[in-house]
Design a protein around this ligand. Structure first.
Ligand SMILES: NC(=O)c1ccc[n+]([C@@H]2O[C@H](COP(=O)([O-])OP(=O)(O)OC[C@H]3O[C@@H](n4cnc5c(N)ncnc54)[C@H](O)[C@@H]3O)[C@@H](O)[C@H]2O)c1
Length: 380
């Protein structure tokens, strides 16, 4: 096999962008698409000259593909992925892999059982500033982490939320900013600083006419005693994407795509108790970290997925790590809805029960514009 034969399930905004990007990835060949909307399936299928289906099962059963990209609304990622694994296909799922941790567990198990490649579309892992930050942490530049901060502030208007029936409803999406806009930064935050052990959080719906949260904030506690703060919203313009990680030996700040790293010499623990001059502080100096050149973006994650299938290349964003943002988002929602501190990993039965309650309270939307267009600032 010199090319992976690929099908895309769900060819709305993101799925059709994946179809368009396939030409950049020489390791794959698009063979089929599926969408429950017959008009969408036909138009994308005909545009790329590939088979099209309205039922993802028929698409998977057709034997046309070795692997699928799942780009349906997030609550359906688990059922499509599990079906694909059960039929012996590899899976690259859009973020978040699931909205319910128990379903994310099942996807990881299904991939292991089938012995197939399982990846999640976290294209920010290909971006240079984050790769530099990750390498700095791996090299011990920060030392023991003492404090973290994540601000992931976006802007979305009401027309965005009205664009599809499923958006920002408990039944259709299973969450708001925490499961749609924030997952990339939640993933990055955990990729760099690890998963907190406990969250105490509050979520609310502040500016939009939607069911789910458009704002969340959380206090974080880590297993080593470090503390952190997290804020995410779709109510802010201009947006801010900021991660700060302060440690015993250094500090990393990533703000809107720029990374700054400084080393602390000697380490804080050592200096703090040994200094005799009451106004002295440890020296801090900038650190330069080199990473190899690599194209960034969605196509690069798809290329890596295909190369993992073809040549065993290590995955940039494996399914086992895709669960981190699901844990964090679920922990924050559970903490807010039950008004208590929540330990991570989230109690599966408790979160499952909460989601069932929220889904049962979900109402059909009064207004749906029926638009399928991905954010042109992210998907070009
Ligand atoms: N990685 C990124 O940068 C990025 C960007 C945008 C969206 N996404 C993710 O992509 C997914 C889709 O988002 P979108 O904005 O493209 O939504 P969308 O509404 O534009 O498209 C979803 C498509 O899936 C189809 N669909 C729904 N259920 C289906 C099913 N059971 N089988 C087949 N098709 C089905 C719908 O008809 C629709 O065409 C979401 O999980 C979202 O988080 C990722």
């Amino acid at each position: 096999m010199d090319k992976v034969r690929l099908a895309i399930i769900g060819v709305g905004g993101m799925g059709s962008a994946h179809a368009r990007m396939m030409v950049e990835v020489e390791e794959v060949q698009l063979k089929a698409v599926a969408d429950i909307d017959p008009g969408v399936a036909k138009s994308v299928g005909e545009r790329y000259g590939v088979a099209f289906f309205t039922d993802y099962r028929q698409c998977i059963d057709s034997g046309l593909a070795d692997a699928v990209i799942v780009a349906t609304p997030h609550p359906s990622h688990p059922e499509v992925a599990e079906y694909a694994f059960s039929k012996g296909l590899h899976v690259l799922t859009e973020k978040p892999m699931a909205i319910n941790p128990v379903e994310a567990d099942r996807m990881i198990e299904a991939a292991k059982r089938a012995g197939k490649v399982f990846a999640v579309m976290f294209q920010m892992r290909t971006e240079r500033p984050y790769r530099i930050a990750r390498k700095a942490i791996e090299q011990g530049v920060v030392g023991e982490i003492m404090r973290t901060e994540l601000v992931s502030a976006w802007y979305r208007n009401q027309a965005y939320y009205d664009s599809a029936e499923w958006r920002a409803t408990w039944a259709g999406e299973g969450g708001g900013v925490l499961v749609n806009q924030a997952p990339h930064l939640l993933d990055m935050f955990c990729w760099l600083a690890g998963l907190p052990a406990k969250v105490t959080a509050s979520t609310r719906t502040r500016l939009h006419d939607i069911e789910t949260e458009d704002e969340a904030f959380a206090l974080l506690e880590y297993a080593n005693g470090a503390h952190g703060y997290l804020y995410t919203t779709t109510n802010e313009a201009p947006g801010t994407q900021r991660i700060e990680i302060a440690g015993d030996r250094g500090k990393i700040v990533i703000q809107d795509g720029q990374v700054t790293i400084r080393r602390v010499e000697p380490p804080l623990r050592e200096f703090t108790l040994s200094a005799s001059d009451m106004w002295s502080g440890p020296k801090t100096e900038p650190v330069e970290i080199e990473v190899e050149d690599m194209p960034a973006g969605h196509a690069q994650v798809t290329r890596n997925f295909a190369r993992a299938i073809l040549y065993g290349e290590p995955l940039l964003s494996p399914g086992e790590e895709g669960i981190w943002c699901v844990e964090l988002a679920s922990g924050i929602i559970l903490s807010s809805k039950r008004n208590k501190a929540v330990s991570l990993p989230v109690d599966r039965a408790e979160y499952d029960a909460l989601l069932r309650e929220l889904k049962a309270s979900s109402q059909p939307k009064r207004r749906v514009l029926g638009q399928r267009v991905s954010d042109p600032n992210i998907v070009r």
